[in-house]
Design a protein around this ligand. Structure first.
Ligand code: PLP
Length: 388
């Protein structure tokens, strides 16, 4: 793998990032096979590269639907015809962007809401007599087995059938909104690896995920049935890369959102349910040799978001190299240590912990097949797009 990447990129000076298209295609095929016919909606936050998103949309059998992470991003993709079915996966309070809807955007973009306050804010931003906007109701998917214990992301306040019906009714009562979808993302299953190699912890995670999936299937099913009495739902979105199997098994779900599984970043290594190949990597140059066992790389502090932990650091792909405990991945330099470290001017290949954020650090992705670069495309950053 590394040797063919080295051959493909021999002419490039690091730092640069690559996408291994053979690995990417295989990951895409695996994801589609795991979904077993249920449509996938591409989580663009885990890609952040328009050329690569278009590649996924166009590659047969195609993933035509997008889940964007900001309204400005959704409007940009809609203008560029990347997709005609774009869900903004998170609520927006971006008043200027809300004023940017034309008829095309109104038909192709769906906004996320979890409260009447969201509807009021939209009305306030664009004027209460705006033409109909498509909205999706966000249902909390966290597991709360006992009072006071919340396992999962802190997202929507809508958790029960009653709360969902109340919001669906409030939307139905307002002629300028149409409820077209429902989403509930079970981060405690999709985003928590269950096979990192610590036996007790892994067994506990599997136990939690089994019980959470059962609880959610029952609650989500009841909510969807009740909301369908009030609204003609076009889709019920659930899950993420790590939960395809349990999300698919819930008959109320009509599509699954996923992105990370295509890139194979390190946080998605430890799952029993999938084994994405590393498709995204970057090379950093050795600029110093402080001693025989240390090679210092330029830059490299591309640490993933989330709770500050070692798992958020990038990893050298060579298993005999490791970051140091004192410097980690540094702002201007990153030492790596091992028995046989590369020499000055050589390069070290790294994998990011998360799939999307690398595109905030480099302007281009070089697409590799075998030992050739077959095309090069701009990342969001390369297109001067920063969506937060
Ligand atoms: C709403 C939502 N759906 C799905 C996902 C799954 O995305 P991925 O498969 O890229 O981890 C996420 C990730 O955070 C999300 O926030």
């Amino acid at each position: 793998m590394i040797s063919s990447w080295d051959r493909a990129t021999a002419e490039l000076d690091p730092p640069f990032a690559i996408v291994d298209l053979d690995a990417f295609d295989a990951n895409l095929d695996d994801l589609l096979a795991r979904a077993a016919g249920l449509p996938i909606r591409l989580a663009t936050k885990s890609v952040r590269c328009r050329g690569l998103i278009e590649y996924v949309v166009d590659r047969p059998p195609g993933i035509g639907r997008l889940m964007c992470y900001s309204l400005r991003e959704a409007l940009w993709h809609q203008e560029n015809s990347t997709s005609s079915d774009i869900l903004v996966g998170y609520p927006t309070v971006d008043r200027a962007a809300l004023c940017g809807f034309d008829d095309g955007a109104r038909a192709e973009i769906t906004l996320m809401v979890d409260s009447v306050a969201h509807l009021d804010l939209i009305d306030d931003a664009v004027g209460a007599r705006h033409p109909e906007l498509r909205v999706c109701l966000d249902l909390d998917a966290a597991w709360r087995p006992v009072p006071g214990l919340h396992i999962g992301a802190r997202r929507s306040p809508v958790r029960t059938v009653d709360a969902a019906v109340a919001l669906a009714r409030a939307i139905a009562d307002r002629p300028n909104f149409r409820l077209v979808g429902l989403m509930s993302y079970e981060s405690q299953i999709a985003g928590v690896p269950d096979a990192i190699g610590s036996r007790v912890r892994d067994l506990a995670v599997r136990w939690m995920q089994r019980h959470s999936a059962a609880e959610l299937a029952e609650r989500r099913g009841a909510v969807v049935a009740a909301v369908r009495e009030l609204a003609d739902l076009e889709f019920v979105n659930g899950g993420g890369s790590g939960s395809v199997e349990t999300t698919r098994a819930d008959p109320s779900v009509t599509e699954i959102a996923a992105g990370s599984a295509l890139m194979g970043s390190t946080l998605f290594d430890g799952y029993t349910r999938m084994r994405p190949r590393p498709a995204l990597a970057y090379a950093l140059p050795v600029v110093r040799r402080p001693d025989d066992r240390t090679a210092t790389l330029a830059g490299g502090g591309w640490v993933a978001s989330g709770p500050a932990a070692a798992s958020r650091l990038p990893s050298p792909i060579r298993s005999d190299l490791r970051l140091t405990g004192t410097e980690g991945a540094g702002e201007v330099q990153t030492p790596v240590q091992g028995e046989h470290v590369p020499g000055l001017g050589e390069r070290v290949w790294m994998r990011p912990a998360k799939a999307g954020e690398l595109a905030e650090h480099v302007r281009q992705y070089h697409m590799i097949r075998g030992d050739r670069i077959v095309w090069t495309t701009e990342t969001y950053r390369g297109e001067d797009r920063a969506f937060g």
